[in-house]
Design a protein around this ligand. Sequence first.
Ligand SMILES: Nc1nonc1C(=O)NCC1CCCCC1
Length: 244
Amino acid sequence: MLKVDVITLFPEMIEGAVSHGVLGQAVKSDLLSVKAHTPREFTEDKHRTVDDRPFGGGDGMIMLAEPLKKTIEKVQHNTSKVVYLSPQGRTLNAAIAKEFSKEEHLIFICGRYGGIDQRIINEYVDEELSIGDYVLSGGELGALVIIDALARFIPGVLGHGESAEKDSFSDGLLEQPNFTRPREFLGQDVPEVLVGGNHKVIGEWKDKVSALVTLKKRPDLFREYIKVETEKYNSLKKKKTAAP
Ligand SMILES: Nc1nonc1C(=O)NCC1CCCCC1
């Protein structure tokens, strides 16, 4: 079971978010463990200080190294992967989420204020990860986005028959449009093919429309998809001609 420890000044943000929906069910079913730890637990002064002014001046306070060190060392073991949420990291995508879902133990460090002491990054952080090119008020939402995205790749987390492999992006394409009752709404009908019951034809329709949606909304993804599929086709052809 993948164990996730989140180091944050606001544990309730994490605990609340992972106790609902698909994530809540996954935690309850012991498919995933998510625990939050505050560095404040490891302060010794009466004000429980976790930050201080930056050397060299500048705006914002920096999270102190000592409380972070003690928190990390409380949860860390030899198979832990330590990730610092920061706009300076590589940007999350479905492939990274899938990669992370295969880890045994993830420790997410959530910065606040102006960030954390660089020596913690130098000593403990295996990689920095970003959820996008913008600055948030803390790393917690980044940690939650990654936890939500990776959880879908853990077997059993999604319902029977559902799979993250069929999610948008997982096969490199956006998802086709979805419909449910009623058959007609606001003068718009559900595509006839979806109510015809022919699963082969429905599957072909979904694949075709998924490619068209991607071409229209994300031509960059579509080009990458065509490149990957062409490479797959060519290597298959090469194998066939090479085989005796
Ligand atoms: N973007 C992001 N992706 O993941 N995290 C992000 C972020 O903007 N985090 C804010 C943190 C960054 C360290 C200093 C305190 C604020």
